[in-house]
Design a protein around this ligand. Sequence first.
Ligand code: PMT
Length: 404
Amino acid sequence: MRVVLGITGGIAAYKAAEVARSLMERGVAVQAVMTAGAQEFVRPLTFAALTGRKVITDMFGSGGADETLASSVEHIRVAQENDLLLVAPATADVLAKFAHGLADDFLSTLYLAFTGPVAIAPAMNTNMWRHPATQANLEILRKRGHVIVDPGDGLLACGTSGPGRLAEPEAIVAVVDQMLHPRRDLEGETILITAGPTQEPLDPVRYVSNRSSGKMGFSLAEAAAARGAQVVLVSGPVHLEDPVGVSVERVRTAREMYDAVMAHLPESTIIVKSAAVADYYRADLPKQKVKKTATLLSLELQPTPDILAEAGRRKGDRLLVGFAAETENLLEEARRKMTTKNCDMVVANLVSQAGIGFETDENEVTLVLRSGEAIPLKRASKRHIADQIFDQIAKLRLAAHASR
Ligand code: PMT
């Protein structure tokens, strides 16, 4: 397998050396391409030594007419010879160039000539990452089918803290590995996944909800679809685009989520409930907006239907995976939920820990199995965590088939 590793100008350019080394160790031939900006941070010699190949650093060679002629078609040759294009780190500038088809250096020209799969690992200052222009460019690239390895949260070289830090090299390599050797181990499965929060109205203009962004559930849906499953995603209100190849049903309340899950349950073989469903709702919903008064307001709330518990009652030989979002006694609570809701596995998520859980791009969870085994998964992007959850699900599925 052959990969082009595009390195653009950011402080994280040095981490691309680790990516190149790790790919080479897996037997992948790496052709490094460095933009002028990248060469300000790391010398091409580093990548030449690691990959055993001349690094491409400019569009046209500087050795006279013959070299110029050869260089002028080199991007076509490199595009044809390689199986995948990875850009790590990718600056806001290269995202914009790729999104809009600008071709003013070797990497951006190669991108237009390349017809294979593309993986992009952005890294930049938090404000640049959050800027609507960057997010719009990412959306264009995602829609084009490119895989974005989301940056992590943390302290950045510029001194600010937040999303923008290049994903860990091992996570980037895992994504590339999967793209080069796509696993189809979930082919034949119909997987029902829930995501996001629910909103429970208090009156026509107010509601109670929680901080779930849907990122964990959408990552699960993406991962399952990439591994060949038919995926139905039932999601509460979130601001995320439908994952490619997934059938998405949008709901608002716990009751609506319950109805959608029960409607899809019969055809599902695996159910993964990552949604943060509200536990209470207001049954005596007023028709008009509640007026503000100077006195204390008390509301009586009723418990919502427990969707996971009901799925547990109806599960038959389906595989049922619940989540447990906890701020204390993580494993005890996860085990309790496993028993009371009849799950085969519970993904225990300590949501009080900074940088993981609700809203974040990364997560760190423990997979609790019926056998009592607890498998900790190290902090990683939600997409990578999703894949590791499905690795375990695939094992449980195999074991269940074998024992039949
Ligand atoms: O969406 P993100 O911002 O990416 O955040 C991800 C997450 C933190 C929401 C996710 O990782 C997570 O932990 N999801 C479970 C949230 C939750 O509501 O946990 P819980 O412990 O309250 O519920 C236990 C299980 O019962 C969950 O599988 C839940 O979906 C289910 N449940 C809960 C209440 C209810 N009425 N019906 C249910 O099915």
